[in-house]
Design a protein around this ligand. Structure first.
Ligand code: GDG
Length: 461
């Protein structure tokens, strides 16, 4: 039986992962079931260290070995802030206008991936299955191969892959995609991402498509497929019954008795469409004045990547929009928007989801979006809330019974929200039941097993 080695930018203790959320739990479970290794950055930034060098830390968490590496300030700023979050994140979310193509960042990105490969190779066993996660580590498989690593390597991209013409704006686009061909299996969130991969390699690398999932280019064959990530539905539904969740639910239902509660939950990120959502909510109040005094939007925007200027600008824009809406429409006994720029405890979230009549999950672009799935799992099947979901979230490929919207169209989205607020109980129940079946059939366990089976079954070149 092969050992699993997970590599991701951040590493979590699987015994405490439930506090961190779904993905950490899923990866932790996969590692804990047979014992494995989880490798990544320690989260520690050292001042004055040498670029491309970092101290390594090892600790045992049950039967999982956690190995992490420190980054010096220069490496952190170019690899993490610069190239990963200043170039790849915006471009892969179609925001060329926000990308900072500073030529210096790529050198740091490559240097850190080379260092991680160098530190990982001595820890590997011949039959290991290596599973690399996300855009921070696209070149890692190629760096491992350069050090003669022969193990099977899988890579999963948690964010979208843009179409070729957008991807081509990254000066190193060919190098990035060529690096993916060092893997045996490449997983994407949605069929749209696979199609972008297929058209990119067809146009730019003259790839040969061998069958539904096999591509040959750059002298190697890769299996590329959509593995839409899910959540642990039963675990999340059970979380609605904890003391904190029940208290949150009871408190909100009491406070909003006879009124409507709309909810948005995300990291504060420009991909999530927060300004557009607030403008849509303002449109809803203008166009359907019966909501004035009776509909409240609770918007949680938990702090994220605050060291980047774009994120600071977004925060200012949101604060100004919330202030304007509350000033224009609010009254002594009612405020339309409750905006929370703090991290809400994971134990309270399920109660919050369950208390909401409508969830607004309206990103401008999103790899998948787990909030949409958490909202469905947390509902009371007898009286479920309605999911309003952006067609630009990967989740929209699966969650067809949500109300799908175009978040750029504030007018049209306001109309859809009004429909959601007025939806009869029988239709809410029917849609919820179908959505629940969908998230159950493709839950996080399915995701992990489907990916790892594809990796275990592939025949290395
Ligand atoms: C990336 C991709 C893809 C949010 N605010 C709070 C909080 N959260 C939790 C949610 C959810 C998670 O964070 C967010 O997951 P998403 O999937 O919605 O979005 P990203 O963080 O952008 O994740 C995305 C995902 O990777 C997995 O592949 O779906 O497309 O962008 O679990 O509940 N949790 C707590 N307090 C908060 O204030 N405790």
């Amino acid at each position: 039986m092969s050992r699993l080695v997970v590599v991701s930018n951040r590493v979590a203790d699987p015994r405490k992962a439930s506090a961190a959320g779904g993905l950490a739990v899923a990866l932790g479970e996969a590692l804990s079931s047979d014992g494995g290794l989880w490798f990544g950055w320690s989260g520690i930034i050292t001042e004055g260290g040498a670029p491309g060098e970092g101290a390594i830390h090892t600790r045992q968490a049950g039967n999982v070995r956690l190995v992490t590496v420190d980054l010096c300030r220069e490496d952190h700023d170019s690899y993490y802030l610069g190239y990963s979050n200043g170039v790849l994140w915006p471009v892969f979310h179609y925001r060329l206008d926000l990308a900072d193509f500073d030529a210096g960042y790529v050198a740091g990105y490559r240097r850190v991936n080379q260092m991680l490969a160098r530190k990982l190779v001595p820890l590997l066993k011949p039959d290991d299955l290596i599973w690399i996660h996300d855009y921070h580590l696209i070149p890692l498989a190629a760096e491992l191969r350069a050090l003669d690593c022969r193990q099977r390597i899988g890579f999963f991209l948690h964010i979208p892959l843009p179409p070729p013409l957008i991807l081509a704006a990254v000066p190193q686009h060919e190098w990035l995609i060529r690096s993916l061909f060092a893997c045996d299996v490449v997983g994407f969130q949605s069929q749209a991402d696979v199609e972008h991969f297929s058209s990119y390699v067809g146009q730019e690398a003259v790839a040969e498509k061998l069958d539904a999932h096999q591509f040959r280019a750059f002298g190697r064959r890769v299996h590329a497929q959509a593995f839409p990530i899910g959540i642990d539905v039963d675990e999340f539904a059970a979380l609605t019954q904890t003391k904190e969740a029940r208290e949150t639910h009871a408190h909100l239902r009491k406070e909003y008795a006879g009124r409507h509660l709309l909810l948005g939950v995300e990291r504060m990120d420009y991909s999530k469409g927060l300004p557009q959502r607030l403008k849509t909510f303002r449109e809803l109040l203008k166009k359907y004045p019966e909501n004035i005094g009776s509909a409240t939007l609770i918007q949680i925007a938990s702090p994220s990547r605050e060291a980047l200027d774009t994120y600071a600008g977004l925060r200012q824009e949101l604060e100004s929009l919330c202030g304007a809406i509350n000033g224009d429409f609010g009254d002594l006994d009612w405020m339309p928007v409750r905006y929370i720029h703090r991290n809400v405890s994971r134990r309270r979230l399920p109660g919050l989801y369950r208390a909401a009549d409508v969830a607004l999950v309206t990103p401008l672009r999103d790899g998948m979006n787990l909030v949409a799935k958490e909202f469905i799992a947390a509902q009371d099947p007898d009286d479920p809330g309605v999911l309003v979901l952006s067609r630009f979230a990967g989740a929209a490929e699966e969650l067809r019974e949500a109300i799908l919207v175009n978040p750029y169209d504030t007018f049209g989205t306001a109309e859809s929200i009004q429909l959601a607020l007025q939806m009869p109980l029988a239709e809410r129940q029917r849609r919820h039941q179908q959505l629940l079946e969908r998230i159950r059939s493709h839950d996080v366990h399915w995701w992990r097993e489907a990916f790892l089976s594809a990796l275990a079954e592939c025949v290395p070149e």
